[in-house]
Every structure is written in C-alpha cells, then in structure tokens.
Design a protein around this ligand. Structure first.
Ligand code: MN
Length: 283
C-alpha cells in the first residue's frame, strides 16, 4: 500500500493518480497524554490500522493526486538517522573535490558511523526546500529512506527487514562546508520524505532498486541500492547496536555519486523503483 499524508493533516491511500481520503481511521488511534511517546503513533499502530484503511478505502472520497499538497508520510519521527558516504563512487568524488571535503577527513561509513538530522528539518514534497544559506553551496542527495515499524534494539541483520514499516524517497539536502554534518544537513526543509510511504510488503528486498534524480530535467544522480556499502539490513543492525530504533524513526541510507548544487527556482525530480516519483521545488 502507498500511504500518504496531505493537505491539512489528512491521511490518504494512493491508487494510481488518485488519493483516497481515509482520514477517519485516525480516530482509531490510542490517545496519548503527556509525556508523549518517543515514537510516531501512526507508524507504531500501522499493522493494527491497515485493515481499517482497506475498509475505509472502499467508500472513500477520491481526489486527483495532482490536486493535493503532500506532507511527510511520517509526522512525528523520534529521530532521523543518516548514513554518510555509503556508496564507494560517492566517497571517490568527495575525496577528489575540495568543494565537497573542505579539508575535513572523509571516511567511509565503517569509520564515520552514522549521524542524526534534526527532526525539525523534515518536510513532505509539497513544502519544497527553502535554501538556508543561499550564498553557500547547497546540494541535493537522493537516498532510499527506511521507516522503522517496531522497536528495534540489538537487531541482527538476518531479521532486520522485519522491523521495517516501509520505504520512501529521501532527500538529504546539504550545505557544503567544514562544519559537522548534523548542522549542515538540518536546516528546516533539508530532509524531504515522500512522496508517500510504501509498505514493506511491496518491497520484499530493498536491494537492487534503481533510482535517479534530475534537476531541471538533467540527470544528476543515477544509481542502484545494490551498490550500498552498508545495506538496509546492516544499517539497522549497526544503528540498533548503538540506540533503540522506535516506530517512525527514519534511516536515510546514503547517497551515490553525482551530488551537485541547487539554486532557488530549480526543480528536482526524484524517482526510486518500487516507490514512485516526486517533484520538489527549491525556494
Ligand atoms: Mn546523505
């Protein structure tokens, strides 16, 4: 299933070029009181809600997908985990270009580990990316994004995929410079998630997904998730060996070669096999 959030916090099921408004099923969610949980309530209850979503879809109002404003499919992630330098050819391009490495020692993911992006940076497709320091170089990074479905701690890679709720396209927008990644990649709107959540049953194996991002129609990055240095299962094992992953936590799996600047007015078209495509404006 392709599940989206749209307009004024509505919930939708995507079918072809239509959205079925199934917002009513949110009434089935447990009511949480202060202190609020550190997970996303909708994702945490997704398995329980899926039958109700299917039933509600039978009589749901249908809207053209083109007429809705898509929000991030995850509303309240506890953390946005991100993998630096997780494609070999991207490591090579970073090492070769001063504008990318800024005299900072760049290691592959085995040495660099993971970093966190601020949850306040998360937006959906409809918001677009608002450049934060437009006088500096701002790059696109297309990445497969993994949404965690249930509490994961010290998970082994062999059963790591059973902890995945679904997948989306992630844009890890980045200001280039010498500062820590978590700062340069965390301005408001610098984490785009969309266009919707594809439930894990539709992508039984996240290896071998072709993906591409074009800017103003020109291909910038075109790669395949089979070239990840640390694949999805290994990323979940690695991350959960340090901290608990909660339902709704998002893992940005890393970007391949071809990172390049964007400017206000640019249009990014991102596509991942099995998920879909999304058009994101740079503002
Ligand atoms: Mn990245």
């Amino acid at each position: 299933m392709k599940i989206c959030r749209f307009d004024d916090f509505r919930l939708g099921l995507v079918e072809g070029d239509q959205v079925l408004d199934v917002t009513s099923i949110l009434d089935l969610l447990p009511v949480y009181r202060y202190p609020l949980p550190q997970f996303d309530p909708f994702i945490a209850n997704l398995d329980y809600l899926l039958p109700a979503i299917k039933t509600a879809a039978l009589t749901a109002r249908r809207l053209p997908l083109a007429d809705v404003v898509l929000l991030s499919p995850v509303a309240n992630p506890g953390k946005l985990v991100a993998a630096p330098v997780n494609y070999t050819k991207h490591l090579e391009e970073v090492l070769a270009n001063d504008q990318l490495h800024h005299q900072v020692v760049i290691n592959d993911i085995y040495k660099a580990g993971l970093f966190l992006k601020a949850t306040s940076s998360l937006v959906g497709v409809g918001a677009g990316v608002t450049l934060n320091h437009p006088e500096r170089r701002n790059d696109h990074e297309i990445e497969l994004a993994v949404v965690i479905g249930r509490t994961a701690k010290d998970v082994k890679r062999e059963n790591a995929l059973s902890y995945v709720a679904g997948y989306a396209i992630g844009l890890d927008m980045t200001i280039r410079g010498p500062e820590e990644r978590s700062l340069r990649k965390s301005p408001d709107s610098y984490s785009v998630l969309g266009p919707w959540l594809v439930t894990a049953d539709e992508i039984p194996d996240p290896t071998g997904l072709e993906f591409v991002i074009k800017v103003n129609g020109e291909v910038r990055q075109h790669a395949n998730t089979r070239d990840l240095i640390m694949g999805v299962e290994q990323l979940i094992e690695f991350a959960s060996s340090f901290y608990t992953l909660h339902p709704g936590d998002v893992i940005f799996t890393g970007t391949p070669e071809g990172v390049a600047p964007v400017l206000a007015g640019d249009v990014m078209d991102a596509q991942i096999q099995g998920i879909g495509q999304m058009r994101v404006s740079v503002l």
